[in-house]
Design a binder for this molecule. Structure first.
Ligand code: ATP
Length: 254
């Protein structure tokens, strides 16, 4: 993909991807179109610090579904770079690791949905993270660039007058800071979430077809993902006792 190009525009798209869905793919395609990205790395978290669900699907399944979903897209690359983390996956560590692999002249973007960006202040080293790469924030209906501004660490937050101006920017626009540029990417109109898919897989597997690529739907069915594991019948704990008492009776009757 580098080919004759001297520098690449690369995006890091992190998430739980449990499972990857048509919304994720639409976001990545829109970002490629809008910002001329050469590569989008889809990076599933092995232990996301912000989503500690006990029923998180095993990493290898989430990664396999990402590989299936991105197969036909030259610019989309599933990356296992967070697979080996000993503890929670912090974005700052992933960004540092990815930057080491890129050429100095390459440009790194952090691709993220606005709902996730709103938690930025609770992340590890948010100011440093913002200094390491540019951001592409995907909007959702009801949000504007002002919400992006309000979510910034205090030292970087726009003042009230600036926030008022940003309120009118709902689908595009940018906040330019000395260390980073945060661009808004217009709403990707795919009202879908992984939560909805996990529920659909239990109630109506046929609905999966319009929420995930067909290969991913087939994988979910084949591996019986997102369906409750049938409860094991309880073992008959009285049997050994009966045997014991039977033995005792036999012994005493000798
Ligand atoms: P869940 O329902 O389990 O919370 P999710 O559908 O939000 O999952 P994630 O893997 O957590 O999927 O999302 C990865 C990234 O994609 C996040 O930045 C999230 O904000 C963004 N995202 C996911 N779905 C959409 C969507 N339909 N529109 C805009 N952004 C989205």
């Amino acid at each position: 993909m580098r080919g004759a190009k001297t520098s690449l525009k690369v995006a890091l798209f992190g998430g739980t991807f449990d499972p990857v869905h048509v919304g994720h793919l639409a976001i990545a395609r829109a970002a490629v179109r809008e910002f001329g990205l050469d590569r989008v790395y889809f990076v599933p978290a092995s232990a996301p610090p912000h989503k500690q669900r006990a029923d998180l699907t095993e990493f290898h399944h989430r990664f396999a579904m990402l590989a299936l979903a991105t197969e036909g897209e030259d610019r989309f690359i599933p990356s296992p770079m967070e697979a080996q983390a000993a503890g929670p996956n912090y974005s700052i560590d992933t960004v540092r690791a990815l930057k080491k692999k890129l050429a100095k002249e390459d440009r790194l973007y952090f691709l993220i949905g606005i709902d996730a960006f709103l938690d930025l202040n609770t992340w590890r080293h948010p100011v440093e993270l913002l200094s390491q790469c540019d951001f592409i924030v995907v909007s959702r209906p009801g949000y504007s660039l002002a919400d992006v501004g309000k979510a910034l660490p205090e030292a970087l937050r726009p003042d009230k007058a600036q926030l008022r101006r940003l309120r009118g920017m709902k689908t595009r626009g940018a906040i330019t800071l000395p260390s980073t540029t945060i661009r808004l990417l217009g709403t990707v109109r795919k009202a879908v979430s992984s939560t909805e898919i996990r529920a659909a897989a239990q109630k109506s597997p046929a609905r999966l077809q319009r929420l995930v690529p067909p290969e991913v739907a087939a994988y979910i069915r084949k591996e019986h993902l997102y369906v409750p594991v049938p409860a094991q019948p309880e073992k008959e704990s009285t049997i050994p006792l009966k045997v014991l008492s039977f033995d005792r009776e036999r012994r005493s009757s000798r």
